[in-house]
Write a protein that binds this ligand. Structure first.
Ligand code: CO8
Length: 257
């Protein structure tokens, strides 16, 4: 497929998506969503792909939803079409997704990063939910995912004032997992993705499901869910291989089954 707003590549066992609308600081419009869905679907269909990295440019991961596309929309139309709901598919990716963020990650851009499993940021990254300054509020999950990531005080501060936080504050607050020098960003994200892709896919996917369940349920139910997944992994060849390799002091050769 030819992409207009993305660069989509495979690097070994990794799917790499680069947002590519430099004239609009990678603002997210309906074409970006359509193409991201297609790229993710292709990566999920490709058994060799074990992890996905999504990134932007040095200046901007994404400066939000495309304000020019949204400005004249009417309530009845966006209500009837359930505008934004298509992004739920992106958040539901089953393979691990790492966001590599440099520059602006604002509004929908911050929300897209938060749909990923973890965020690696460059020292230049700036995160924010500035929708309030446009007379609206976050619409792609910002009020919910940001609050779960950084807690009420910081989320309220960002969502009510629209201010940006830098990479150091974002790491301190628990929004990002690592901060690296700008020139190291993509290598760091690809190395993390490579590590994940080298592991057993069923265990990686179940680990992701288990952590995500922590946001959806009680501790008791979450623990039960985790335990059942743990039990079920003993039905895989990869569990036998992983443990045999440890005992035999060699590298495991996972078959992803
Ligand atoms: N939408 C459309 N175009 C944009 C956007 C955007 N979000 N952000 C930047 N651009 C464009 C600018 O209009 C400008 O284009 P042009 O040269 O044609 O005028 C170009 O990108 C460069 O931008 P600036 O000249 O403004 O660059 P600066 O370095 O001066 O400023 C900023 C950078 C601070 C990032 C500034 O561009 C800015 O404030 N952008 C808007 C940030 C924002 O408010 N984001 C939230 C948008 S609302 C949202 O995300 C809601 C999410 C829920 C809906 C999801 C549906 C998909």
């Amino acid at each position: 497929m030819a992409y207009e707003t993305l660069i989509v590549e495979t690097r070994g066992n990794i799917g790499l998506v680069t947002l590519n609308r430099p004239q609009a600081l990678n603002a997210l419009n309906s074409t970006v969503l359509k193409e991201l869905k297609a790229a993710y679907a292709a990566f999920h269909a490709d058994e060799a792909i074990g992890a996905i990295v999504i990134t932007g440019s040095e200046r901007a991961f994404a400066a939000g939803a495309d304000i020019k596309e949204m400005q004249s929309l009417q309530f009845a139309d966006i209500y009837k079409s359930d505008f934004i709901s298509g992004w739920d598919d992106i958040a539901k990716a089953r393979k691990p997704v790492i966001a590599a963020v440099s520059g602006f990650a604002l509004g929908g851009g911050c929300e897209l990063a938060m749909m990923c499993d973890f965020i690696i940021a460059s020292e230049t990254a700036k995160f924010g939910q500035p929708e309030i300054t446009l007379g609206v509020i976050p619409g792609m999950g910002g009020s919910q995912r940001l609050t779960r990531a950084v807690g009420k005080a910081k989320a309220m501060d960002l969502v009510l004032t629209g201010r940006m936080m830098d990479a150091a504050e974002a790491e301190r607050s628990g929004l990002v997992s690592r901060v690296v020098a700008p020139e190291r960003l993509l290598d760091e994200a690809l190395a993390a993705a490579e590590k994940i892709a080298s592991l057993s896919q069923p265990s990686v996917m179940m680990a992701k499901e288990a952590v995500n369940r922590a946001f959806e349920t009680t501790l008791e139910e979450g623990l039960r869910f985790e335990r059942r997944l743990f039990h079920s992994l003993f039905a895989t060849d990869d569990q036998k291989e992983g443990m045999a390799a440890f005992v035999e002091k060699r590298k495991p050769a996972f078959q992803h089954r």
